[in-house]
Ligand binder design. Structure first.
Ligand SMILES: [Zn+2]
Length: 300
């Protein structure tokens, strides 16, 4: 790796911008993300959920991202998104071990469904395990509950006060666990729902004020939040934004359209190109809104 992950987020903090995490299921999607990162000279994070990394292969995802890193010189992080989301089979942390062995340079451990003390306990364990392997592996913890799943839904979501991240608890959480990044619940949700998410800006500011000396803030559910709200959240301290559903939708809709127009086509590199192009447009717009274009300079 030709850069430090600590430096990566420190730069974002100093420059008041956010770095996009773009989730990918396949090599075609990784290609779309990297092409835009190259075009805009932007630092990017490739995200893989448990399902996505299972489909791609852990080692294959690592080697693919590394090959792009070598070729482009861009600082690219590969983050394992929502590891242990359902908190099942957590006991021996074998999924974390597998990710570290494969060479992931960033891990998001999601203990948000656990009771607070359990979340603290397991997140601390994960941080310890990662830092023992390599102190520069970036670890993200999560506090608060995010409704929804990474898909386009016609239903409205319900938000309860207890879902939201408490600023005081957030400070305690980052201090005790030692995470580099904290994913927060501030009115955001996964996927795109029928109602527009309403971010609690006051809460973002309060959490950031508390935790900024210890960790950077992460906003999940970057799909479906209006650009102006995203910009405001960045000004208040959000440094990493996860985007998944909008990419999935763009990729899939383009593929469907292609086959409506070209039902006889059987050459994958022809029909996949439309999807890659569509996904690139989304990634490009996001990077512009996040303000991370032009930030992949040699200073890493
Ligand atoms: Zn998420």
């Amino acid at each position: 790796m030709n850069f430090s992950t600590k430096q990566y987020f420190k730069k974002a903090e100093e420059g008041n911008y956010a770095i996009g995490q773009f989730n990918c299921s396949s090599a075609d999607q990784v290609k779309a993300v990297i092409l835009v990162a190259q075009k805009l000279n932007a630092p990017v994070i490739v995200g893989t959920s448990e399902g996505e990394s299972k489909f791609m292969g852990l080692r294959q995802a690592v080697k693919l991202v590394e090959s792009y890193q070598e070729e482009t010189g861009l600082p690219i992080i590969l983050n394992a998104d929502h590891t242990y989301k359902d908190a099942k089979d957590i006991q021996n942390l074998d999924k974390i071990k597998a990710l570290l062995d494969a060479g992931y340079n960033s891990i998001h451990f999601d203990g948000s469904v656990l009771p607070y003390q359990e979340n603290v306990k397991w997140t601390s364990e994960v941080v310890k395990m990662c830092k023992e392997k390599n102190p520069d592996i970036s670890v993200e913890g999560e506090l608060g509950f995010l409704p929804g799943a990474s898909k386009v839904s016609k239903e409205k979501l319900e938000f309860k006060e207890e879902y939201f991240t408490d600023p005081e608890k957030a400070l305690e959480f980052v201090k005790v666990t030692g995470v580099d990044r904290l994913a927060v619940s501030v009115g955001n949700s996964h996927g795109i729902s029928a109602d527009e998410p309403k971010l609690d800006f006051d809460r973002i500011a309060k959490i950031n004020e508390k935790v900024r000396d210890y960790a950077v803030l992460v906003l999940h559910g970057g799909s479906g939040i209006p650009d102006e709200d995203i910009k405001k959240a960045i000004l208040l301290g959000i440094r990493k934004i996860n985007v998944n559903t909008e990419l999935r939708a763009a990729f899939t809709i383009a593929l469907k359209d292609y086959f409506i127009k070209n039902p006889e086509e059987t050459t994958p590199y022809k029909y996949l190109q439309a999807s890659i192009d569509a996904m690139q447009k989304v990634v490009e717009n996001k990077i512009i809104v996040f303000g991370s274009g032009g930030k992949a300079g040699s200073s890493f």
